[in-house]
Design a protein around this ligand. Sequence first.
Ligand code: CUO
Length: 690
Amino acid sequence: MTNTDLKALELLFQRPLEPVFTTRDSGKTVLELPDSFYTDRYRNDTETVGNRFSKDVDLKIPVQELATIPNLDFTKKLGPKHQFSLFNDRHREIASQLITLFMGAPNLRQFVSLSVYTKDRVNPVLFQYAYAVAIAHRPDTREVPITNISQVFPSNFVEPSVFRDARQEASVIGDSGERVHVDIPRNYTASDREDEQRLAYFREDIGVNSHHWHWHLVYPTTGPMEVVNKDRRGELFYYMHHQILARYNVERFCNNLKRVQPLNNLRVEIPEGYFPKILSSVNNRTYPARVSNQLLRDVDREDANIEISEVERWRDRVLAAIDQGYVEDASGNRTQLDDVRGIDILGNMIEASPVLSINNNFYGNLHNQGHNIISFAHDPDARHLEEFGVMGDVTTAMRDPVFYRWHGFIDSVFNKFKARLEPYNASHLNFDGVTVDYIEAKIGKSNTKANTLLTYWQKSSADLAAGLDFGPSADGNIFASFTHLQNAPFTYTFNVTNNGAKRTGTCRIFICPKVDERNQPLRLEDQRLLAIEMDKFTVDLVPGVNTIRRQSTESSVAIPFERSFRPVGADYQPKAADELARFRFCGCGWPQHLLLPKGNAQGMLFDLFVMISDYTQDSVQQPNTPNDACSTAYSFCGLKDKLYPDRRTMGFPFDRRLPNANLTELVGAFGNMAKTDLRIVFNDRVIDKA
Ligand code: CUO
């Protein structure tokens, strides 16, 4: 790939609403279009607009003619100013066709041309989604970094008054080095009269929402089979969302709130209202709100028809399948829901992926249609011409308290299945001759107390320039500051004795809350459902005593802040190929700044749990594909073009019931496990990022 191709592809992530021939990259670069590429609006003015934007640029990138002009009629059902939803069947079908078209471009140059040609002819959010999926999956675009969605469509992520300030700053102060950082306010969606507002820092976090978008980008439900049919994707749908729920529930305890109540009844009012206040880029309207105590109703709109009774029927069929222990395909063939594959089958069937579900007609589209019904609650028959609320969009759904209630219900269905499996026994849990003698987690090098960890607020900034359409052309970077939870980095130290020959183990680290919001002790069954995966890695054990050290920043679930919000543009372009690849796939991963729950001022008590499992039962024979440079967040996101790198079911050993009465007995029974009390202390101060 030449630098010019790379540049052209990167430019298409910038200024998503502007015509493709305007300048990008801080006014330095322009794409030179063949005349036939101009849309009807500009067809008679090609010379004028072409000249206007190519006047003072450093680089003009000529775009090749297309060998065949694609027929884009299938995209027309979604107008340019309509919201695009991955949960909507019809939108997904359009996206699937567009992804197929992009994947089919015969070579890189033609892919560039096709993308440039398509960009101004389809809905801009649809374009950005299908384009990013293609970049993530085409073998010839491995090195192209995917711009973080919060930078492409910043209005989906931050309070809208920020844009006025940002545009003003960019227009008035020409040199981007001189511009002040624009402040994104905190706590702007509700007052403290609303208890749920205590969790706003989690729900409205930019990193949380961009992770969620990126996960669904890497794991689409429709499209070509090579894009959709990934190893254990159904199981990962369950597990990634299960971990979000565990984290959210624990975060609620930290804020004196009880666990979310799963939304298992669609016919009672939803007490939690939500007024998102953010703008949709495509139509400049705010996302609709949901008032408190809203009742859900059947959806009957031009692009969505959903009956609550239909969703209930699917729910009952799924639950019946779990109770019976098998699923049936369209011809009546039965597949057992066993302890290895069962969860994966259920994940694809419940989400649902129409192409991977074992029987889409019968088990339906439970999870997606739940999102849709909730997202249209304010205007189910479109009489007010309102679009869907935040629950209808993967970039925004996690902002809404009801997201956790709906996913709490979906999670409870998966948990019902897991609860039907036999509890783990010694043959699964034991690692003979390996004992974990000592564990600790400790901040930094100084003489801090072991097993007391610290959280606080931090002020950081992200560059919004890529997504600011129709701003000043020679714009440079426009930074916005926002305040988010942060944790002081820490180190785990474990002493492990190996009473055998040299061997390998997998180190699995979790934290489990010890008490609920009322300070009542939690049972093992609750602790296991609320267990937060912190890290997982392979360790080589020599005979005798081994000391294992691991930094919190190396976690297999999280990605560092810098990767979530890297500045955009030529000056910030990583140079080496592996560095580029890292930026691209590292977009998927839990934000490092939320690796630890907030804790509380007195210090909230957790069990830090460590297990070394037998690698011979964990290892996976990988296909011979090159290593992706970014493998850090594999627990939630898998590895590109590879099998999920842990043969155990996800969440092991807490995904199934355990054979002991409590955690103390469990670690007492198995020498390869250990636990210690851990305290997370929250310091209510805002610290500027150095
Ligand atoms: Cu990620 Cu419901 O699957 O939002």
